[in-house]
Design a protein around this ligand. Structure first.
Ligand SMILES: C[S@@+](CC[C@H](N)C(=O)[O-])C[C@H]1O[C@@H](n2cnc3c(N)ncnc32)[C@H](O)[C@@H]1O
Length: 350
C-alpha cells in the first residue's frame, strides 16, 4: 500500500517527448480559453500581486496558451509581481519545462520582468502550496490519473474495457476518493474568492469514449503475448491507473449545500473532445500519419508505464518499439474518429 496521496505511477515520456506529441491535449485547451479568460477577468488584486498555479504542467508547452492569456489581463492590473507555479509529480521532466520557458519564442518569461516561474515536484493529492496563496489555478488533462492503481485490470489496459464488476467498483471508489482529496487540498491553497479551472477526461453515455482506442492497444499486447513476445506477468502489469468521471461523479461531493471544502461549482459542462488527427486525416487521407499521430500521443502518455511493466526485460527497448509500431499500423489500417469528451469544471473558493 502506498503512502496516502503519493502517486505511484510515472509521469509522461521525458526528454520533451510529451511537449512534442500533445497536440490533442492542446486542441482541447484552446477550446476552453474563452471560459478561462472570463475567470481571469474576475480576479482582483490582493497583496500587490498574483499567484497562478498550474497543476500537472508536465513539460509546460501546453501551459503557454492559458498562462499567456491570463497574463494579457493580469499585466494590466498593475500587479507588482506575478508568480506562475507549475506543479507535477517528482518524476516529471522539469528540465524540459525550464528549457522550454527559456527558449520558446512564445514563453511568457519574455513578456515582463514582473513575471517569475516556479516549479514544485509533488503529487497534488497532498497539500503543495501554503494556505490561501493561490489566486487563480489551471489544471488540464490530469485528474483522470488516480493516485494509485486500486487493482490490476486482467482483461485490458483501460478500466472501461474491463468486465469484472469488483475491479470496476474498486476504480470508482478510488476515483471518488481522489476527487475529494484533490478538492480538499486545493481549497486550502486557494485564496478566498480564488478560482480553479479543471478539465479532465469524462464519461458520457452517448459516446464511445476511450474504450475502443485502448481496446485496440490491448489487442496489440495480447497478440504479442500469444506469440510469446510478452509474458502473462508482463501483460498483467500493464494496467492504467486512469478513469473517466460522469457528471454525477463530479457533483457527488457537492450534493449537500452545493458546497464541498468551502468550494462551490461555478461552471460545469461536458465538452466534446477534439480529434485533430482525424481532422488532418480528412484533409490529407494520410492514414500512416494518422496512425503515428495517435501512437506518439499514446507513447507520450503510457510509454513510461509500459516501460515500468517491462522492467528487467533484456529486450525492453525492442519490445517497446514493437508495441508502438504495431499500434501505429493498427490505427492506420482502419482510421476512426476518437469520440471522447472532457469535463470542464470551475470551482470558486468561498
Ligand atoms: C496528460 S499530462 C497533462 C499535461 C498538461 N497539463 C496538458 O494539458 O497538456 C498529465 C500530467 O498529470 C500529471 N499527474 C498525474 N498525476 C498527478 C498527481 N497526482 N500530481 C501531480 N501531477 C500529476 C502527470 O505527471 C502528467 O504530467
Amino acid at each position: 500500500m502506498s503512502e496516502v496521496g503519493v502517486s505511484t505511477h510515472s509521469a509522461m515520456q521525458g526528454d520533451g517527448f510529451y511537449n512534442r506529441h500533445s497536440a490533442l491535449q492542446e486542441a482541447a485547451i484552446l477550446q476552453v480559453l474563452p471560459l478561462w479568460r472570463s475567470i481571469v477577468e474576475s480576479a482582483s488584486l490582493r497583496n500587490g500581486g498574483f499567484v497562478l498555479a498550474d497543476y500537472a504542467a508536465s513539460q509546460g508547452k501546453n501551459s503557454l496558451p492559458p498562462m499567456n492569456l491570463a497574463l494579457d489581463t493580469l499585466l494590466q492590473k498593475e500587479a507588482a509581481f506575478i508568480e506562475i507555479v507549475h506543479t507535477d509529480l517528482p518524476s516529471n521532466d522539469f528540465s524540459s519545462l525550464f528549457a522550454m520557458l527559456e527558449n520558446d519564442p512564445g514563453s511568457y518569461l519574455r513578456r515582463d520582468p514582473r513575471i517569475s516561474a516556479l516549479a514544485i515536484g509533488r503529487s497534488y493529492f497532498q497539500p503543495i502550496l501554503s494556505a490561501g496563496k493561490v489566486d487563480l489555478a489551471w489544471n488540464s488533462w490530469s485528474l483522470q490519473w488516480m493516485s494509485r492503481l486500486p487493482r490490476p485490470i486482467r482483461d485490458g489496459i483501460f478500466i472501461d474495457c474491463c468486465k469484472d464488476a469488483e475491479t470496476r467498483q474498486a476504480f470508482d471508489r478510488q476515483m471518488q476518493a481522489d476527487w475529494e482529496t484533490f478538492l480538499t487540498c486545493r481549497s486550502q491553497e486557494m485564496a478566498s474568492g480564488g478560482a480553479l479551472l479543471s478539465m479532465f477526461v469524462a464519461n458520457r453515455s452517448d459516446l464511445p469514449g476511450w474504450g475502443p482506442f485502448w481496446g485496440a492497444f490491448w489487442s496489440v499486447l495480447t497478440e504479442m503475448s500469444q506469440e510469446g513476445q510478452l509474458s502473462g506477468a508482463q501483460l498483467d502489469a500493464i494496467s492504467m491507473p486512469i478513469g473517466a468521471r460522469t457528471l454525477d461523479d463530479i457533483q457527488a461531493p457537492f450534493a449537500k449545500d452545493c458546497r464541498f471544502a468551502n468550494l462551490r461549482i461555478e461552471h460545469l459542462e461536458m465538452m466534446d473532445g477534439p480529434d485533430p488527427f482525424w481532422d488532418a486525416y480528412l484533409e490529407t487521407k494520410d492514414a500512416r500519419q494518422f496512425g503515428w499521430s495517435w501512437t506518439n500521443m499514446a507513447r507520450a502518455v503510457v510509454g513510461p508505464l509500459i516501460s515500468d511493466a517491462l522492467a528487467g526485460e533484456a529486450a525492453k527497448d525492442r519490445l517497446l518499439n514493437e508495441i508502438f509500431d504495431r499500434f501505429a499500423n493498427k490505427m492506420a489500417a482502419d482510421p476512426q474518429r476518437v469520440a471522447h469528451c472532457l469535463a470542464v469544471v470551475v470551482l470558486r473558493k468561498q
